[in-house]
Design a protein around this ligand. Structure first.
Ligand SMILES: Cc1cc2nc3c(=O)[nH]c(=O)nc-3n(C[C@H](O)[C@H](O)[C@H](O)COP(=O)(O)OP(=O)(O)OC[C@H]3O[C@@H](n4cnc5c(N)ncnc54)[C@H](O)[C@@H]3O)c2cc1C
Length: 1013
């Protein structure tokens, strides 16, 4: 329920744009107790995400990704959402803005609309339409979790208003609704209006708009989507048949050669095309041929290179390095005839496909440009929001911040990071908030059900096609209805949608249910949401049991519906049986320690520490080296030419002088204990190696990565061979030497994208271009050759790639299995390779060979820290985030966050965004004065305890002890709820609440279909 009573004030934040970026920023602010007004010009929030079927890199469905966010947004007490609303004017200054908003008429009373759809069915022409393929779907109801869940009427298209009003049983049509203008006060503003997608009808060579089987990526996503125009069936728009051969054409509207196209790279298109090709094969037929036509495959994100490898090797996606010349209709077959030049020989050839997907890039619409003008912020040459190199989310107007696509083209994980960073920076300008309240205020008083006989309600979620396409959910509900003590059993569509949650709440109240079973997705995704429904309905939140019939059943047994049905029945039977033994439990609370431990004093760690300290938190900054600075200490210039040394010096000074930051150098973390909000970490401090323990509420890891120095291409053996980082220093320190160079060769992907280090190091292409341009500036006559596999100058760094080509830097591609060969030749280095255009071997005598060696995780350090802090790492030694899309900087252990290159390779600007985002995430946690411990803790029955010490020895956290009265005692505030003591206790004197023995045994009863009493 959104809060209509929020008063705008100088302590509130306005978020413009309710896409994934705006939603994340809103949630972060609300979680830390800030009042937020979230506006979106569309009739429902969600932005681009609402149109996507599944999203890389996990290939989960869009609804599952976004729905927790949307309904969370609706629930939060601190949030006021206003759809169909635009920002018209901003007066005042940071901390005190007066903003004029204009809300378009919806002609629907949100309080009355039940979203029954009668108006849409009878008068489809009056209800807002989505563009493109989705002819029949109103924008506001494009997906089942639409927020607000209500239609919007376009009165101008309505010829008979009285008839329309009559059709609405709820009396929700407001014929005379009008534009409403209002002024609000806010202290800060976050702009997250996203970007528009290039319209390929501007191009005359791809038959878009002429041949129906040529679609954009977004339209293809709609075809794949369960809530799309074909209900998730993959069919050719021209004939309704499943396509057998599909082509993806990259860089349509990006990397600028076509009419009206942008010069920059749109950053996300390579990955979303890979995803679409994989999903096509995975969900439909492996035999569907998929080919991606590309110039460079830019899979530069965390583990993205491996995603590409999987597409090629596991799914058989074909990669064709070529920019197609045209797509025309084959007059004989009616298929699409794609003409392209094969990269190997440059010969033109044609190939027929059933469908072509144009991977269209992003641009900033005229509408958003106008908004920027109203707001008074500067835009860059591509009309995206202008930001400075070391302030990634600050616009040119103080107090106004930016995130997501409006800042630069990007994908969801990066949007999420920037959104948290923007939220953090916006909050910095405001007064500290009041502590957020746990209770939404509309929960019913808890009913005492201890003496009642079990009265179980079962609610089956079909999760769109995720569950519903594999098993018959109605039959499952009927099966459940026959189980003992089940009085209500229903299918509830998308169980996590607001409408379904309200339906479950009502069913609990109407039927006096005292136990609830949800058949749906993993409890990890939505358990808290269902627990809240119980609280609202007046039941203890622990009287619900989730049967995971999605991840544990329909996802893994999609190809065997009969077995999936049997398993779903077993899972539901077990849950019904077990929930009857559940009893009301109370959460435990403890006071919060608001101090922060930041591990790692590089550019990320220092920015994290300063951001938090400026907001009043005490920070311990533990650095293992004897001084602050990390890797960035050795970098001279950014690609944009900014002076990194000056920035780092200033940063270190501010950090050292800050009275709320305690810098501990020479710190080696050796032990750790406690829980989020009350951690204790021990460290050994060099050079004396004395032991010190600190207590803190959260931990942020900013331990960075290492410059890779593989033993390749004579690195470390010949003086002329250097890394890009060494070249960066050389250019600054010895310009005379640079001026004397005649031939410089750079080799990309050295020690990256190889078996030892399979991922892309992300920063190397930018580093090579940066150094090539600087060498050229000092020495315009130097011949510079860059030998590469794919140039990955994503986003605006494509401009520098273009500039380097214009200035005569020569880029030559090499194949992975035919890398350049390097030989010593006196003072010089002889580099030999095959030129792909000439098809001939070439040798260059280089004065300098620069190796783009990128980054590798500091495997030893991350292994040690992961062991002490019990964290997970990726296969290549980086810390593993909790959820790559929703919580990219939260670690799986609550209270832990990661930022910068300890997470994955990234540049300084991206690391600073991470630092601000991690600080923001930490702040949201620290905003509470109390830690909620949950109820799953071990409890000892003193009458059964024999004080045998088994639990004392078994507990991995050393919590149980034998007390003076001679039985084992477990402090609920310290217990981690792991259950080891309960499992080990020979006398069965210890029970783990929420997972007690009789509940587990009842589950087995359910499995073997024995009736429970
Ligand atoms: C075809 C396609 C597939 C993709 N697949 C993936 C994927 O699989 N994985 C992935 O990580 N990324 C993917 N992306 C990229 C992803 O969609 C974006 O990174 C993400 O949506 C950006 O979020 P945002 O909040 O910045 O913008 P948006 O999602 O565009 O949201 C912007 C919001 O602002 C609102 N708005 C605009 N102007 C105004 C205004 N003046 N006033 C008020 N509100 C306004 C809009 O209505 C919208 O709701 C894909 C993109 C496309 C086009």
């Amino acid at each position: 329920m959104q809060n209509q009573n929020i008063l705008s004030s100088q302590n509130s934040v306005l978020v413009v744009g309710g896409g994934i970026g705006g939603i994340r920023a809103t949630l972060d602010l609300a979680e830390s107790g800030r009042d937020v007004i979230l506006i979106d010009k569309a009739s429902a929030i969600g932005g681009l995400m609402t149109q996507l079927d599944r999203t890389f890199p996990t290939n989960n469905c869009d609804l599952c990704t976004i729905s927790p966010h949307l309904s969370e947004t609706g629930r939060q007490q601190h949030i006021k959402m206003m759809a169909m609303t635009r920002l018209m004017d901003v007066k005042g200054e940071a901390g005190n803005f007066t903003v004029t908003l204009s809300q378009a008429p919806r002609h629907i009373d949100l309080e009355k609309c039940t979203a029954c759809g009668d108006c849409y069915r009878k008068f489809p022409e009056c209800v807002h339409f989505a563009p493109g393929l989705d002819h029949r779907a109103p924008t506001c109801m494009r997906y089942p979790q639409a927020t607000p869940y209500a239609y919007a009427i376009d009165m101008e298209k309505c010829c008979d208003i009285d008839a329309l009003k009559k059709v609405c049983q709820a009396g929700a049509i407001v014929a005379d609704d009008a534009v409403k203008t209002r002024e609000i006060q806010v202290g800060a503003i976050i702009l997250s209006p996203g970007a528009a997608v290039f319209d390929p009808s501007k191009l005359d060579n791809f038959s878009y708009g002429i041949h129906p089987d040529v679609v954009t990526s977004l339209e293809y996503e709609r075809i794949l989507s369960a809530s799309g125009p074909t209900n998730g069936e993959l069919v050719r728009p021209s004939n309704g048949q499943q396509p057998k051969k599909i082509a993806w054409i990259q860089c349509v509207g990006s990397r600028g050669l076509q009419k009206g196209a942008a010069s920059y790279c749109s950053s996300a298109c390579c990955m979303f095309s890979l995803k679409e090709a994989i999903v096509t094969k995975e969900r439909f037929q492996q035999s569907i041929e998929t080919a991606i036509f590309y110039m460079d495959i830019r899979t530069f994100g965390k583990d993205y290179e491996q995603y590409r490898e999987r597409a090629e090797n596991e799914f058989g996606v074909e990669f064709v390095r070529s920019r197609p010349h045209s797509i025309l209709k084959d007059a004989q077959t009616g298929d699409l005839k794609i003409t392209f030049a094969r990269d190997e020989d440059g010969m033109l050839q044609t190939e027929n496909f059933d469908m072509a997907v144009l991977s269209t890039g992003f641009y900033i619409s005229e509408d958003v440009r106008q908004m920027a003008e109203h707001v008074g912020i500067a835009l860059n040459s591509h009309h995206f929001a202008q930001t400075e190199g070391f302030s990634p989310v600050s616009t040119s107007r103080p107090g106004i911040f930016v995130c997501g696509l409006f800042e630069s083209p990007k994908d969801i994980p990066e949007t999420m990071v920037q959104a948290s960073a923007a939220a953090c920076m916006a909050a910095k300008a405001l007064e500290p908030p009041a502590e957020p309240s746990e209770n939404s205020g509309d929960d019913l008083p808890e009913r005492d059900v201890r003496d009642e006989a079990p009265n179980v309600g079962v609610f089956i979620c079909d999760c769109g096609l995720n569950i519903g396409s594999v098993i018959d959910t109605q039959m499952l509900a009927e099966y459940a209805r026959k189980l003992p003590h089940v009085t209500v059993s229903e299918v509830v569509g998308h169980g996590c949608s607001r409408e379904s949650l309200q339906r479950i709440e009502k069913a609990i109240q109407d039927n006096g249910l005292n136990r609830v079973v949800i058949g749906g997705c993993s409890p990890r995704t939505h358990e808290t949401k269902f627990q809240e429904v119980l609280k609202k309905a007046g039941l203890n939140q622990y009287l619900v049991e989730i049967a995971n019939i999605r991840e544990q059943d329909t996802w893994v047994h999609a190809n065997n519906p009969a077995a999936a049905k049997r398993k779903a029945e077993k899972l539901i039977g077990m849950a019904v049986s077990s929930v009857q033994r559940a009893h009301p439990l109370q959460d435990h609370h403890l006071s919060m320690n608001k101090d922060v431990l930041v591990v790692g004093g590089g550019v990320t760690g220092m920015n994290t520490a300063l951001t938090l300290a400026d907001q009043g938190f005490k920070v311990f900054l533990a650095e293992q080296a004897s001084e602050l600075g990390g890797l960035a200490k050795n970098i001279r210039r950014t690609l944009e030419g900014l002076d990194v040394q000056a920035y780092m010096k200033d940063l270190a000074q501010k950090t050292l002088k800050h009275d709320r930051i305690e810098v501990i150098t020479g710190a080696i973390i050796v032990d750790h204990g406690g829980m989020p909000g009350r951690f204790t970490t021990g460290m050994q401090i060099a050079p004396q190696m004395y032991y010190r323990q600190i207590t803190h509420g959260v931990t942020i890891l900013a331990t960075g990565a290492l410059q890779n120095r593989p033993q390749e291409y004579l690195l470390g053996q010949h003086a002329a061979v250097v890394t890009q980082m060494e070249m960066d220093g050389l250019i600054e320190e010895d310009p005379q030497h640079i001026a004397s160079l005649q031939n410089v060769v750079m080799i990309q992907c050295v020690g990256s994208r190889c078996p030892d280090n399979p991922n892309c190091s992300r920063i190397c292409c930018q580093s090579a271009i940066k150094n090539a341009l600087r060498i050229r500036e000092i020495n315009p006559d130097a011949r510079i050759f860059v030998l590469y596999r794919d140039m990955r100058t994503y986003g605006f760094s494509e401009d520098s790639y273009l500039e380097a080509r214009k200035k005569g830097v020569i880029f030559i591609r090499y194949e992975k299995d035919r890398p350049p060969v390097v030989k010593e030749n006196n003072q010089h280095i002889e580099v030999s390779f095959t030129d792909p255009i000439l098809g001939k071997p070439i040798s260059i005598l280089a004065d300098r060979l620069c190796l783009s060696t990128g980054l590798i995780a500091d495997d030893e350090a991350t292994e040690d820290l992961a062991m002490v802090f019990r964290l997970q790492r990726t296969h290549d030694g980086y810390f593993l985030e909790d959820h790559i899309k929703l919580r990219p900087l939260d670690l799986s252990v609550p209270g832990f966050f990661v930022a910068g290159t300890a997470h994955a390779p990234k540049n300084i600007r991206e690391s600073i965004a991470d630092a601000q985002a991690a600080a923001g995430r930490a702040q949201a946690l620290l905003a509470r004065n109390q830690i909620q411990l949950g109820a799953a803790i071990a409890r000892v029955d003193k009458d059964k305890c024999a004080a045998c010490l088994v639990c004392v020895r078994a507990c991995p956290f050393n919590i149980p002890f034998i007390n003076a009265e001679g039985y084992s005692e477990i402090d609920p505030a310290k217990c981690h709820g792991c259950g080891v003591c309960a499992a080990e206790c020979p006398a069965k004197a210890i029970q783990l609440m929420q997972f007690e023995d009789d509940q587990i045994l009842a589950k087995l009863d359910g499995l073997f279909e024995r009736k429970v009493a």
